[in-house]
Design a protein around this ligand. Structure first.
Ligand code: G6P
Length: 604
């Protein structure tokens, strides 16, 4: 994973790089490092742990130049340590490199370079890159050429930034399968793994494609293909504003993002949906009559958004839907062809497994449609069609607002498909109105969080928790359970309520907490009897419901506004997000940066 940032201009590079790294910490926080080029010398400072350790490193003020590259690391090859931190230098200390990605053939390259007399001080895969550049530079005497030859040798994924006193007015960057954007300023330019890292300085961006190289000077950017032929690229103006990637009055990004949900859901609905009008998606011209199966493929929370919406597609479009994890889908020879529509969901648009699954679907001739949050990200450039959620930058590692936006957008897409197939009904019209009412209903839930906060205080010391529900309530239970694991480190499981009796109920004893989600009028009685069964065995129960429920010994009853059960995940997930959040806070944990996790998983 890892995050990289670069600056070239007239300002001091260090403050810009530190600010960028702080915003990229969601990608990894095992160590951080900076290299600044000044008076023909590459000066490097590294610190183990979080970026704040680097920020307070007493050596940092010595880096005074205006050209620099920086890195925050999520360790893959080699433990988090100073030696393994980036930037890495070649043996002659003429090339400094930061890298996000994994070089799969680094052992082979290292052996080859060792034969040539090169030595290595780290256990990383990255250290081969500066040495490989140095190796080619010896014969080519041209840095751009040396970089292009070096990256031709690399197998795997990379976004790299290279600086050198031999080319003192430029940063060279290249990418393959790892994200990299170039922010354009006046007399200065920026490089980063994502847009928010430099959004404070510019809203104008170039998106580097796979196998492209750029030479970035302070007032000029030149692009090349991998044979070093010059290419033209289009600049894009990004609508996100810098404030949307700041914490503001909130204690954590996660809390801020939970509270932003009514607004971003409203923006995601945008003008796509209006009462008594047909739904509208520009540019999607799939012949749905020709589609006999939909696959929804994604990872983590995005996959849960697929599970929560499969019911809508099946109900309104009458097309069977299968939801799969990208990591499974890509290795199981799925039965797909030109009559299959594969929908890929991703907040970042950079998840390695999702990208691989998408490429596989394309090769099989399926139609591919991506639901993505980050504009211009890799997935959007591969899929046949892309539709965007408008969640804005999501910084907290645990995804919240991206999920609700994905669920809403997929529901709208299902309506659009149904209408394109010629279906219309009163139910479909009411469903549209209900979608438009979601933001105000979400706000009602967020206006009073006390009960959830109190219940979290009651149970935060427990070692295990269980979530149950049926239909979309089961899908949302899975997401609630994932949120809890991610940020509170409490073991939890989600079960389809009807499955309890087939095993999990053996785990229920006095004092065990069970969270029931019951929003489906046709299934509420059944879920409530399942809850009765756990109460009988001593469970401590929280229910999230918008239905009339029988009088039972429930410890915490969270009422949410009524809505179609196909849309209820958008509402019922909010108490579950808050529950996980308050528990993590009660345990004094870092909710925005949970241990071992990264937001954008660009490795397998
Ligand atoms: C990581 C993140 C999750 C996210 C998943 C998929 O595991 O920690 O929050 O749901 O990746 O990410 P994507 O960007 O593809 O939605």
């Amino acid at each position: 994973m890892c995050g990289i940032v670069g600056y070239i201009g007239t300002k001091k590079a260090v403050p810009v790089l530190i600010k960028g790294l702080l915003s990229l910490e969601y990608r990894g926080y095992d160590s951080a490092g900076i290299c600044v080029l000044n008076n023909d010398i590459l000066n490097v400072v590294k610190s183990k742990g979080r970026v704040k350790n680097l920020e307070s490193n007493p050596e940092l003020p010595n880096l005074t130049g205006s050209i620099g590259i920086a890195h925050t690391r999520w360790a893959t090859h080699g433990i988090p340590s100073n030696e393994n931190s980036h930037p890495h230098l070649d043996n002659s200390k003429e090339f400094a490199v930061v890298h996000n990605g994994i070089i799969e053939n680094y052992t082979e390259l290292r052996k080859m370079l060792e034969k040539e007399g090169y030595t290595f001080i780290s256990q990383t895969d990255t250290e081969v890159i500066p040495n490989l550049i140095s190796y080619y530079y010896k014969t080519e005497k041209d840095i751009l050429k040396a970089v292009s030859l070096a990256i031709k040798d690399l197998k795997g994924s990379y976004a790299i930034e290279v600086i050198s006193p031999l080319l003192p007015d430029s940063i060279i960057v290249a990418r393959k399968d790892s994200p990299l954007v170039i922010g354009v300023g006046k007399g200065e330019n920026y490089v980063a793994s994502d847009i928010p890292a430099v959004l404070n300085y510019t809203t104008k961006f170039y998106f580097l494609e796979d196998n492209e190289i750029a030479k970035i000077d302070k007032d000029k950017i030149s692009f090349y293909n991998n044979s070093l032929q010059p290419i033209q690229k289009e600049i894009k103006d990004i609508e996100w504003d810098a404030a949307s990637s700041e914490k503001g009055v909130f204690a954590d990004y996660m809390l801020k993002e939970i509270f932003e949900q009514p607004q971003v859901v409203m923006e995601t609905i945008g003008s796509r949906l209006k009462p008594n009008e047909k739904c509208y998606f520009e540019d999607i011209d799939i012949d749905l009559k020709d589609i006999n199966k939909i696959f929804v493929v994604a990872c983590g929370t995005a996959m849960h958004a697929g599970l929560a919406t499969k019911y809508t597609f099946e109900h309104f479009c009458k097309i069977p839907v299968e939801v799969d994890m990208a990591s499974e889908f890509r290795y199981r020879n799925p039965l797909i062809d030109e009559h299959t529509l594969c929908i890929f969901i991703s907040q970042s648009g950079e998840t390695a497994d999702t990208i691989a699954a998408l490429k596989l679907a394309k090769n099989a001739g399926s139609k591919t449609l991506a639901v993505v949050n980050v504009i211009g990200s890799s997935i959007t450039r591969i899929a046949d069609y892309t539709i965007y959620t408008h969640a804005g930058p999501e910084i907290a590692v645990a995804s919240t607002k991206a999920y609700t936006c994905q669920v809403v957008l997929l529901n709208i897409l299902a309506i659009y498909f149904a209408e394109s197939l010629g279906y219309s009904s009163k139910e479909l019209e009411n469903f549209k109105t209900e979608i438009l009412e979601l933001p105000s209903k979400m706000k009602i839930i967020l206006d009073d969080t006390k009960l959830i906060e109190d219940f979290a205080k009651e149970v935060y010391t427990q070692p295990d928790l269980y979530f149950i529900g049926r239909n979309t309530d089961y899908a949302v239970s899975m997401e609630g359970s994932l949120k809890l694991k991610e940020i509170s480190y409490i073991h939890s499981e989600a079960y389809a309520a009807g499955e309890l009796k087939h095993g999990p109920i053996a785990l229920i004893e006095d004092g065990v907490t069970v969270i029931g989600v019951a929003t489906n009028p046709n299934l509420v009685e059944k879920t409530m009897s399942n809850l009765e069964e756990v109460i009988t065995r001593g469970a401590n129960v929280m229910v999230i419901t918008n239905q009339d429920i029988p009088n039972m010994k429930i410890n915490c009853n969270i009422r949410i506004p009524k809505c179609s059960s196909m849309l209820s995940p958008v509402l019922s997930v909010i108490p579950l997000q808050l529950f996980a959040y308050y528990i993590a806070k009660d345990k004094n944990l870092d909710v925005d940066k949970p241990r071992n996790l990264a937001k954008s998983v660009t490795v397998e």
